[in-house]
Design a protein around this ligand. Structure first.
Ligand SMILES: Cc1cc2nc3c(=O)[nH]c(=O)nc-3n(C[C@H](O)[C@H](O)[C@H](O)COP(=O)(O)O)c2cc1C
Length: 408
């Protein structure tokens, strides 16, 4: 999503300036072309060399530098930009942007560009709360700017309050979302499930599986970055879910079933990447099962009676009201991949089934890569190479988008 995107990054003279060097580097690594503009006061904190080294591009500080070209640099930068990010946005620059000043490179680009404006205010908390700053931010938001709220915590002044620049991943999420707002999933509502489920045995134990949630998270992030309104339904995972979406936590298969049913009523597509337990303990113990307790058999063994969990996709297949929903299932198999995949595709009336042999190296649970085969409803079988899960996610949405085309 960031590949080849032109991002003008305006950096102001705030103490959080050092964090933005990391942001620049991450954007560059993701393939974006980052044109950094330092205000004169930002250059008091960090030299342009830092930014040009991490962006691999020139850094702009001086509006008055002769370029030898017809279009002045600020017009050229503004015209080429896909997005203008100002981080950290100081109280001073926020005020100047709000009032349309254009007496340095950053403010001149801000007036000349048609690109969306993303601001990350960061300052001492009294400066942030000051009515002037708040009024200026409101004015900018009314004109269409997106404001990333500062975080609350320890400030450079030693006080605790709202004014911290969020960490790089949060800034990146906002950037990706804004760049993707006109993407091929713009206006679509999608539901993605991720992670395993935990079926309780007693209040402290459960039956779980090895799903990490990474594939589902990659799918949810990719959809978000293509402009979708994403509901992510997460079972059990140790990884925090991505930002910028509605996240519902559903530890058990039954809870996940209920959440999915409610969410798909409004959705265009459902991608079930969660590893939902097929069975649950019929009656979980209300107290912790102890050795030697009445729950044990005479020989000291313990018997758990398991019952079938509902098959979420199979249930949805019965619902005619959901015929328009594009459904994608996953099949993690260790044997008979093709036969099981084809059977699932048909019986669950899926548009696409993503099958992987989880016994293969680099594929399946806990890995950052995946090697999958796509089974299409029209009978096509499409093996993909071993790819990072982010790229598998992109390939899956590439296949889903045309299926959504006929929907209004
Ligand atoms: C050590 C130091 C830290 C500062 N940190 C901030 C800050 O975090 N946020 C802010 O809005 N202003 C901060 N200021 C004040 C700005 O640097 C000052 O308002 C400056 O005019 C901003 O210029 P610019 O917006 O053109 O970059 C700081 C000043 C100093 C000396």
């Amino acid at each position: 999503m960031l590949q080849g995107k032109r991002i003008v990054l305006g950096v102001c003279g705030g103490i959080a300036v050092y964090k933005v060097a990391d942001l620049t580097s991450k954007l560059q690594q993701a393939g974006a072309l980052v044109d950094v503009i330092l205000t004169a006061h930002a250059a008091e904190f960090v030299r342009p060399l830092t930014f040009s080294t991490v962006s691999h591009r020139p850094v702009y500080t001086d509006l008055w530098e002769p370029t030898g070209q017809a279009a002045a640099r600020h017009i050229e930068l503004g015209a080429a930009a896909d997005l203008l990010v100002v981080a950290p946005a100081t109280a001073n620059t926020i005020a100047r942007l709000a009032h349309g000043l254009a007496d340095d490179m950053l403010t001149a680009v801000a007036l000349s560009t048609m690109a969306p404006l993303l601001l990350a205010p960061a300052m001492e908390h009294h400066m942030y709360q000051h009515p002037a700053t708040q009024a200026n931010l409101r004015l900018l938001a009314e004109r269409g700017a997106t404001i990333i709220p500062p975080e609350t915590g320890h400030l450079a002044s030693g006080e605790i309050g709202a004014g911290r620049l969020p960490e790089t991943p949060v800034l990146l999420t906002h950037i990706r979302r804004l760049l993707g707002r006109d993407g091929d999933l713009a206006g679509r509502r999608v539901v993605v499930t991720a992670g395993g489920t935990q079926e309780p045995i007693d209040p402290v134990r459960y039956i779980g599986n090895r799903s990490s949630g990474l594939m589902g998270f990659a799918l949810a992030e990719e959809a978000r970055d293509r402009g979708a309104d994403v509901t992510l339904i997460v079972g059990a995972t140790n990884t925090p879910p991505p930002d910028g979406m509605r996240v519902l936590h559903t530890p058990t298969a039954l809870a996940m079933r209920d959440a999915v049913r409610e969410a798909v009523a409004q959705a265009d597509a459902l991608v079930m990447a969660a590893a939902v337990a097929d069975y649950r303990v019929s009656e979980p113990a209300t107290q912790k099962i102890k050795k030697g307790s009445a729950a044990e058999n005479a020989d000291g063994s313990l018997t758990l009676h398991l019952v079938r969990n509902p098959d979420i996709l199979a249930e949805l297949a019965e619902e005619r009201a959901l015929d328009g929903l594009v459904r994608v299932g996953f099949a993690a198999e260790t044997t008979d991949l093709e036969r099981n995949a084809t059977k699932k595709l048909k019986s669950k009336r899926l548009n696409l089934l993503v099958a992987n042999d989880v016994s293969k190296a680099g594929s399946g649970f806990g890995t950052i890569t995946n090697e999958v085969t796509l089974y299409h409803a029209d009978g096509r079988i499409e093996p993909l190479a071993l790819l990072p899960k982010t790229e598998v996610a992109a390939a899956i949405w590439d296949r889903i988008v045309p299926l959504l085309k006929h929907k209004t």
